[in-house]
Design a protein around this ligand. Structure first.
Ligand code: AQP
Length: 334
């Protein structure tokens, strides 16, 4: 059995797509909690740029967003010496394994994926095969590193379940090869909804005032929060069905301040909506400003980011190559 990265620590894999700039949703739902994992686990935080090709990208923007994503990982507190941070496209073994695992995944399984259904509806002019087989590439990302744990939001649970099924299926045929990954159950980040449509999640590829980006200037953040959709009954209370806008503002507030929703409700219940928005915008700005300052510094030093990517990709390739070769031998390619 091939070892995972090092020592007795468990391996965690997660990633983000550079399909836009990182949103407040990506930060509060994922990145912020990753920072707390880096001492206890062997962490692999990839920029999954090949995944983002399932939706048409502007090549220049994709290049820029890819580098910025890694700079934001570091600015938010991920230490490049403690975590493996690299571009998915720099480790070709991801796509090699993906092809193999495609042959161990059933059409019916992929056809059941709700994210495929949602994205097909959102991008109905471009329902490409990559969108359909996306979960197999994700399974490859995870299984390639003998990952033990995957921090997943609600939206990715089904994909992780599929990765587990593929691993179990492969192990049954060829003997113990992949570690069957478990979901990481820790302090789960909040699911942040769009400001203009609080019934749908905030996405980095939305660019219409629905999304706050980590790189937004304070006045932009204030304006976006001021324009957030609320309701007309002027009561601050958490009720996602009847008051999705106010509930979303409460989620953002409690996620940043680390207070419970109940504590936040109690603290803010006598405020008007205008004051609530001002308070929420203030805590967002306070949280994001230090990240932005560090990010701007990092962006001045592109060589530093390039070097991190290069060194980390070499380390990742070493592990990936070993594990892919094991698969090749088992299936008769080598
Ligand atoms: N709104 C959100 N609230 C909480 N967590 C979120 N995540 C994404 N949106 C929210 C989490 O961020 C991580 C990285 O996501 P991704 O880049 O792999 O793709 P995604 O989930 O499709 O994110 P976006 O922002 O919605 O990207 P686009 O617009 O390209 O589709 C994941 O852990 C995800 O759960």
């Amino acid at each position: 059995m091939v070892e995972s990265i090092v020592s007795d620590k468990k391996t965690i894999f997660s990633g983000m797509q550079p399909s836009g700039q990182i949103s407040l949703g990506n930060y509060l739902g994922a990145l912020k909690s990753w920072v707390n994992l880096q001492d206890e686990y062997n962490c692999i935080f990839c920029s999954v740029n090949l995944h983002s090709l399932t939706v048409r990208q502007n090549p220049e923007l994709l290049r820029q967003n890819t580098k910025q994503l890694i700079a934001l990982y570091i600015a938010a507190g991920l230490d490049p010496n403690k975590n493996l941070m690299f571009l998915q496209s720099d480790v070709y073994q991801h796509t090699q394994l993906s092809w193999i695992l495609n042959c161990y995944t059933y059409f019916g399984e992929l056809n059941r994926m709700t994210q495929f259904k949602e994205k097909s509806a959102k991008y109905e002019e471009n329902i490409n095969a990559g969108l359909f087989t996306y979960p197999v590439l994700m399974a490859s990302d995870i299984l390639l590193y003998k990952t033990n744990l995957v921090p997943v939001g609600e939206d990715q649970k089904q994909h992780l379940e599929l990765a587990r099924d593929i691993a179990i299926r492969f192990n049954k045929i060829y003997g113990e090869t992949f570690i069957v990954p478990e979901p990481y159950i820790g302090k789960v980040g909040a699911r942040i909804m769009g400001l203009l449509d609080p019934t749908k999640k905030m996405s980095k590829s939305d660019n219409n005032g629905n999304t706050i980006f980590l790189t937004d200037e304070p006045n932009i953040i204030l304006n976006k929060v001021k324009r957030a959709v609320t309701d007309s009954d002027n009561q601050i209370r958490f009720d996602t069905i009847n008051k999705p806008g106010i509930s979303n503002l409460l989620s953002i507030y409690s996620s940043i301040t680390q207070k419970t929703i109940l504590e936040s409700e109690e603290e803010l219940k006598n405020k008007g909506y205008g004051d609530l928005k001002k308070i929420v915008a203030e805590v967002i700005i306070e949280e994001i400003l230090p990240i932005q300052e560090k990010f701007k510094e990092l962006c001045k030093n592109e060589d530093y980011i390039n070097e991190i990517l290069k060194q980390n990709a070499i380390k990742a390739q070493e592990i990936a190559d070993k594990n892919l070769n094991e698969v090749y031998k088992k299936i008769g390619i080598k």
